[in-house]
Design a protein around this ligand. Sequence first.
Ligand SMILES: [Zn+2]
Length: 128
Amino acid sequence: MVEARAGGICEYCRSLRRFVPEPFNVEHIIPVAHSGKTEARNLAWACAGCNYHKGDKIEGIDPQTGRRLRLFNPRRHRWKDHFAWNEDATLMIGLTATGRATINALRLNREELINLRWALRTLNLHPP
Ligand SMILES: [Zn+2]
């Protein structure tokens, strides 16, 4: 159900599951450690890397202002309101403080993601 809702892509970094070797996970947007519930509105589908970097975090630091902010919530926020791609679609750009804090906390421009985006872009499979 969570997987189908996500449409085959990580709800944070937008990687296509069929090209990522590690398994994807249903993750708690508000972690159980912060009393997040296991219910559809608190669950997202994430690649192993995003899930690992998110861990039990609910906040990240906006590198532009140093402010601590709640992370992007795929159930409450629209990806396009907070993120965009750079010119060659290899880097995610934070359009808002929330977007920047989330890119920072989840390392959404990890080297392997940049490489994957570049490769998929050449096959016209990215951005999704
Ligand atoms: Zn991801």
